[in-house]
Design a binder for this molecule. Sequence first.
Ligand code: ATP
Ligand code: MG
Length: 439
Amino acid sequence: MRVSRFYMPLLRETPAEAQIVSHRYMLRAGLVRQASAGIYSWLPLGFRVLSKIEQIVRVEQDRAGAIELLMPTLQSAELWRESGRYDDYGKEMLRIKDRHERDLLYGPTNEELITDIVRSTVRSYKELPRILYHIQWKFRDEIRPRFGVMRGREFLMKDSYSFDLDAAGARRSYNKMFVAYLRTFARMGLKSVPMRADTGPIGGDLSHEFIILAETGESQVYCHKDLVDMPVPEAVDFDGDLEPIIRQRTSLYAATDEKHDGDTFAQIPAEKQLAARGIEVGHIFYFGTKYSKPMNAKVAGPKGEDLLLEMGSYGIGVSRLVGAIIEASHDEQGIIWPEAVAPFRVGLISLKVDDEATRKVCEDLYGKLENAGVETLYDDTEERAGAKFSTFDLIGLPWQLIVGPRGLAQGLVEIKNRKTGERQTLPPEAALNFLTRKS
Ligand code: ATP
Ligand code: MG
């Protein structure tokens, strides 16, 4: 993509309303624009990141055996009356009437709708277990939307729902999502820690939140330090026994504020105690028959008997992750995107667009990078070199490829690693080889 043709509206000033660094950088780098309180438009750069995160989430869900579908944002109130949550959910639910005075709502979550789909389509135990998921916008009329996309009112969530015949099966589904979550966040360059958590309005009795440690996080959390750097399971057989992986993570203490037990925590050796702030990026629940019972969701068992579905649900804050990744990875100059979610991999910076030699080398490199499938943002504008450098540091692409007349006089261009600041000077062909090799 050429900067001259791209749409990347940057802000020069730091917006006064942004209290935390991710929100500041998201506005300054033109990732999002507030449409109204807690509701954002995703501008091209931000949308590219959001889509990459979404795709990582999708691939890891599929790998774990979950199946994607898509449910609507608007739901009928009828289903929520069946489960009893229509009145319970309170003011966070956005309630809407259609022209026939029928009650609708903008879905804050989808337990009722998916239960309705499954109860009317799945008849026999032979069709289970199943984990179904979608990636869809949610609306929760949060009392205090803040920190940009971290606590929005409209936000993108991946939510999965598991259906099993018994508690043991439901536990296996829970474990699959648990392990899938560890892998998902690691692929985005994040260290997540699963912690015992409260179930809130979703209900149930077994629940973990996946927390990214960050000073600006809204959750107070307590855990054993060894959990933070525990390696992520690589080649996982999702049909095998996942209990050992789960046990390794859950035998060490980790809890959010609501579930915190000071006495147990105090038994951890002092140098291993970690009390910190964290960002909740995922939350998984096992709640058994909480929805299947009132909604009468059953299948026929092997002897023809009726079995109530055993269920769990599993959320990931896809749009919140954009902010969380920036909180975890930035410096004074701007964002430092991990490669897997970067909007482009390489920023190609022309230092002098009216210099013929520079132009030729840039065009050549740009064409070859694009051909090799390396996503490149090519700054072909007449902007000053200094301004280009600060723009590219701000938007945080992993690599900068810098081309100017002075270097070219000696046949050289420069590569800068955004994260480490390391620079290397080398001939254009070598730079190309370096940037096109598989990382
Ligand atoms: P929180 O405690 O932060 O309000 P929650 O427990 O109500 O979140 P869940 O119902 O567990 O949220 O939703 C699943 C995931 O969706 C959360 O782990 C979080 O990452 C994300 N999420 C929830 N509320 C918001 C929001 N207002 N803005 C952005 N993401 C959100
Ligand atoms: Mg939660």
